[in-house]
Design a protein around this ligand. Structure first.
Ligand code: ZN
Ligand code: FE
Length: 255
């Protein structure tokens, strides 16, 4: 499967997955135009639309794409997503024929309550739950919910490519570095990100293993994060408190 990030809106990525026979899946189309251009340029037929959560920057183009291509729209069971044709739930396996794909559905409440991710075929399509070097804001869920969602993702195979919804990596990295200034894997990743962004290339996807080594929100049990929390007033013996402290510090962080 080919995995292509399509830049959209201000800083979104729409993910295009396609095989060698011209069959394509698109994930979180916040707008239709970049998808139409990519389908045309690569001579692809759109076979399915996958949505992770109800925010407009992830679903805004789905109705137009559905109308133009007649592709089914898979989405979490949330009435705010009226464009859905198929509802998928935690524990489901989504099986598509063209392109051939088996994707596991995992519920990840936190950014929103009905947010889901799709995992399989070498990719983790994670919307606004896990970002490279960061995680989504808590608009609807609690820190405990988001931490438990991220921990479920952390337990997936490390070679999965983390296909997230936004190009936030450089800004996330500046915060991550204040938390773990001595993390050499993070330093290396930031060098790579700077090089990619200087060429206007996407900084994503990175592997889940790389995120486990570099992303502070997946590292609440690491020595460095525990130490950071000790200096920032969070209860050290409670991973949820550490996660909550990290998330609120990031909310007000200005690099
Ligand atoms: Zn969102
Ligand atoms: Fe978003």
């Amino acid at each position: 499967m080919h995995v292509v990030p399509l830049p959209a809106l201000a800083d979104n990525y729409i993910w295009l997955l396609h095989d060698d026979d011209g069959h394509a899946i698109v994930v979180d189309p916040g707008e239709a135009a970049p998808v139409e251009e990519a389908l045309y340029a690569r001579k692809l037929k759109l076979r399915a639309i996958l949505l992770t959560h109800h925010h407009d920057d992830h679903i805004g183009g789905a109705a137009a794409l559905r109308a133009a291509h007649g592709a089914p729209v898979y989405a979490p069971d949330d009435e705010r997503i009226t464009v859905a044709t198929h509802r998928v739930h935690d524990g489901d396996t989504l099986e598509l024929a063209k392109p051939a794909a088996r994707l596991q559905i995992i519920a990840v409440p936190g950014h929103t309550l009905s947010h889901i991710v799709y995992a399989g075929e070498g990719v983790l399509l994670c919307g606004d739950t896990l970002f490279s070097l960061g995680c989504g804001r808590l608009f609807e869920g609690t820190p405990a919910q988001m931490l438990s969602s991220l921990q479920r993702l952390a337990s997936l195979p490390g070679n999965l490519l983390v296909c997230c919804g936004h190009e936030y990596t450089a800004a996330n990295g500046r915060f991550a570095q204040t938390v773990e200034p001595d993390n050499t894997a993070l330093q290396q990743r930031l060098d790579d990100v700077a090089r990619l962004r200087a060429k206007r290339q996407p900084s994503v996807p990175a592997t889940l293993s790389s995120e486990l080594a570099c992303n502070p929100f997946l590292r609440v049990d690491s020595e460095a994060v525990i130490d950071w929390c000790r200096r920032h007033g969070a209860a050290n013996d409670d991973p949820v408190a550490r996660f909550a402290a990290l998330r609120s510090a990031k909310d007000v962080f200005r690099a």
